[in-house]
Design a protein around this ligand. Sequence first.
Ligand code: GDP
Ligand code: MG
Length: 440
Amino acid sequence: NLTHRLSGVIKTLRGETRLSENNIQDALREVRLALLEADVALPVVKDFIARVKEKAIGHEVMTSLTPGQALVGVVHQELIAIIGGEKADLNLATVPPAVILMAGLQGAGKTTSSGKLAKWLMENKKKKVLLVSCDIYRPAAIHQLELLANQVGADFFPVEEGQKPGEIGAAALDYARRHHHEVMIVDTAGRLGIDEAMMQEISELEALLRPIETLFVVDAMQGQDAVNTAKAFSDALPLTGVILTKLDGDARGGAALSVKHITGKPIKFAGIAEKLTGLEAFHPDRMASRILGMGDVLGLIEEAQRSADQQEAEKLIKKMKSGKAFDLDDFKAQFQQMRNMGGMSALMDKLPAQFSQAAQNVKVDDKIINRTEGIINSMTKQERAKPEILKASRKRRIAAGAGVSVQEVNRLLAQFEQARKMMKMMNKGGMAKMMRGIRG
Ligand code: GDP
Ligand code: MG
């Protein structure tokens, strides 16, 4: 994956002080291959590489970073930027009913996503939702949506025999107004490929219904092809967002990059399971991590090296490698690094998911950092190395020395225990190995 390739990139750039057209060429080739492997469409890869190149060339390498790290930093930032920086919410700010039009190829997941979205809106936004099917070509399609409506407890618009999509749309709008629906989700017919009649029909529906959201539903497994589909839909319709479905499969995430790049519209939801709960708000940073093949460890390491002192990081890695016990001095050093990195909250955002759960249990906020240092400073060297020896009398002495209560000393020791567990976990998870790999 990309991570693996990037660690190779870092090695090729050792000893350079400035990134130049020449010295980044091999590295960029690796990045290009990695993106293609992740199923990003070729034109998108080309644009992406051009952007990275422009940003990277002449980039002064900070003293604490190797040139390879600097380039990886650029790649990583551009990746998040292109997938869409901030998380984008659904817009419902209009006179009800807020119409959401679903567009996309057959099999993309429009009908399923309509049902899921109805459920999501009912549960998270407490909306009264009407589901409407304009897919008159396959009788089973209308029934499929009706079943979903029943399952999620949303209202379903009864279509009459022989009604055309436009007639259904107009009648449904009237129905929704009379029944005070706040949101009306309109499912449409798709074709196996892009075709004129389909585009014509959905354009007319769009003009008639004036939806506040026109969502392009696309299957993440489409990989390279997503780019053509996205282009056709985005040319024909004023899209407002994207639903990327079937991310639970072995889609490598490249479609996210392609679709965002082509449509310029934010991915608002991700389909992550067939079942009706399998829809979630899309997080660009998580998708960037998926493409990178891990959590935002790159960023974490980069910052660790930028701000905390290199030797401290080196020592920590050595220690993790050797499996030597994590003690209160290390704990203190970690707190100091955290402060340099912009506090605990900044750090938590950067940990891969499996660690952030553990990190959450540590529950340290930035104010506590100073007090913690004070307490640890009041301990003897021996006590720091072996906190087990701390009995009540010693704790009282430390508390008095640091000007805190004994409870606070106990709380710190409990946090330390959590952190020690976390370090063990990270060690098992190969964090040390990863860090070594990335540093070349
Ligand atoms: P439509 O033709 O665009 O309406 O597509 P459907 O909603 O009928 O979905 C086509 C198939 O994809 C169905 O079998 C769905 O169950 C499945 N599907 C849709 N979304 C997801 C998803 O997020 N994950 C998985 N695993 N399957 C999905
Ligand atoms: Mg359908």
